[in-house]
Design a binder for this molecule. Structure first.
Ligand SMILES: *[C@@H]1O[C@H](CO)[C@@H](O)[C@H](O)[C@H]1NC(C)=O
Ligand SMILES: *[C@@H]1O[C@H](CO)[C@@H](O)[C@H](O)[C@H]1NC(C)=O
Ligand SMILES: *[C@@H]1O[C@H](CO)[C@@H](O)[C@H](O)[C@H]1NC(C)=O
Ligand SMILES: *[C@@H]1O[C@H](CO)[C@@H](O)[C@H](O)[C@H]1NC(C)=O
Length: 411
């Protein structure tokens, strides 16, 4: 019967006890109007002057900043994203869309811009044309790995040998150069509200960006930008993600994100190595004992009505074998006897009255995984004194089980 499969039980208990960390790695949220209440609840702002107002995330608020490269800001989602898993090799897909404003307050000379980024956890935020990305100001090289969709990556010949100075949407990978870009019909002097949709498909490895622009003061959806990239090669397994922006000293334009929704797919994790599995294995054993115990009791009572109570107590390992035989006949042979025996034995082993005889977590999981044989418990396991109050539920339960096994051993 499948319900007795160790793997099934362990998986079920992982879901119950560790829902966020192990079973569900996906991130989903829908922030339609971002306001101050989102600060440190959904979003964490970082940088020179970032904060959240009733009008959204003010990545650079447009105040006068320091000279040079201007100011930089960043807003990341409160939790990191499990982008891929090293053990299983699985990669997440994601979809995000957001509305944003870049406003130079009627100035026609402007620089910098806004990005949607995924990056290694880091604290470097560089303003100006680096758009708040983790870039070393002197060398203009990435200080940590990132992948960013950049809006307004105007061609700066220092790092991007592009042919025109048009406003653009581009994709950058751990560099200020773009791997691909498209002209963007932005409306920065008037602070037009724009929208973007970004999709990453883990099967095709395609990163697709759709965005709106302005034509004759009307919002138009422009041709999408796409780039095929295996993000596992460019980013760590866990990434921070969100928006960054930088403004130049000569314009100090505002960069604002007003709404943001995000959804990533689950990636199945290889739970074999998690320490939690050890703890869960023991829990499963204890709970299984609780389930099987009433059946055993019933069977035993039926068999042993007028038995002599004074027999010498001797712990018999083969009690577990009988326990299996004693399991409710309705189960028939419809379960894995070997697995049940392993679970029962481990339960007893963990409950040994002498702590020195109890197994390590490693030993427990080895037995549960059938990586080593069932241990041979000492034939004369000490008897628990029932008159002593059990100090915990665990001891209470295990002493009852021992009692039954001792009596069965004398059958
Ligand atoms: C987010 O919420 C808005 C308004 O409640 C709704 O129109 C939109 O479909 C939602 N988006 C997602 C991805 O759930
Ligand atoms: C990221 O770095 C910050 C600051 O060093 C730290 O508090 C946080 O725990 C880190 N997060 C992750 C997911 O590593
Ligand atoms: C914008 O105006 C130009 C010239 O008036 C016209 O050719 C073009 O079709 C218009 N575009 C849109 C999207 O209306
Ligand atoms: C995402 O795009 C959909 C339309 O595709 C729109 O209804 C929704 O409001 C957008 N969400 C955000 C947060 O901008």
């Amino acid at each position: 019967m499948a319900i007795f499969s160790t793997t099934y039980l362990i998986t079920s208990f992982l879901v119950i006890f560790f829902p966020n960390n192990y079973a569900a790695a996906s991130v989903t949220f829908n922030l339609t109007h971002i306001g101050p209440e989102s600060e440190n609840l959904d979003i964490v702002t970082e940088g020179d002057a970032s904060y959240i107002s009733n009008n959204g995330i003010q990545l650079t608020p447009g105040d006068v900043g320091p000279p040079g490269w201007g100011i930089g800001g960043r807003a990341k989602y409160i939790r990191p994203l499990h982008l891929w898993d090293h053990k299983s090799g699985e990669l997440a897909s994601f979809f995000t869309n957001f509305t944003f404003v870049i406003d130079s307050n009627h100035a026609t000379k402007y620089g910098g811009g806004l990005t949607f980024f995924l990056a290694q956890n880091n604290s470097v935020i560089t303003g100006g044309d680096a758009m708040g990305l983790p870039v070393d100001v002197t060398s203009l090289k990435a200080s940590t790995r990132f992948v960013a969709v950049r809006f307004l990556a105007s061609g700066n010949p220092r790092w991007d040998p592009s042919v025109s100075n048009d406003d653009r949407v581009g994709i950058s990978i751990s560099s200020l150069a773009t791997v691909t870009y498209k002209k963007w019909l932005s409306n920065v002097p008037d602070g037009g509200v724009c929208q973007a949709w970004i999709t990453y498909d883990s099967v095709s490895k395609k990163l697709t960006v759709s965005f709106t622009g302005f034509e004759n003061d009307t919002v138009v959806t422009q041709d999408e930008l796409a780039y095929t990239v295996d993000l596992r090669k460019h980013l760590p397994q866990w990434v921070i993600f969100g928006f960054s922006a930088g403004s130049r000293d000569f314009s100090n334009q505002r960069h604002v994100v007003r709404s943001w929704s995000f959804h990533s797919s689950d990636i199945s994790l290889n739970v074999k190595d998690y320490k939690a599995r050890l703890i869960v294995g023991v829990w499963v054993t204890i709970i299984l004992i609780l389930v099987v115990l009433p059946v055993v009791l019933w069977k035993w009572k039926k068999k042993k009505n007028l038995e002599d109570e004074e027999e010498e107590h001797e712990f018999d390992l083969h009690g577990t074998k009988r326990l299996v035989e004693a399991a409710d006949p309705r189960l028939g042979s419809d379960f894995d006897q070997e697995e049940l025996k392993r679970l029962m034995t481990v339960g007893l082993w963990c409950a040994h009255p002498d702590p020195h005889f109890r197994p390590s977590m490693r030993q427990v999981i080895q037995v549960l995984n059938c990586e080593t044989s069932v241990p041979t418990l000492p034939s004369d396991m000490p008897v628990v004194t029932y008159s002593t109050c059990p100090t915990s539920l665990l001891y209470g339960v295990t002493s009852i089980v021992q009692d039954q096994l001792l009596k069965m051993g004398n059958d």
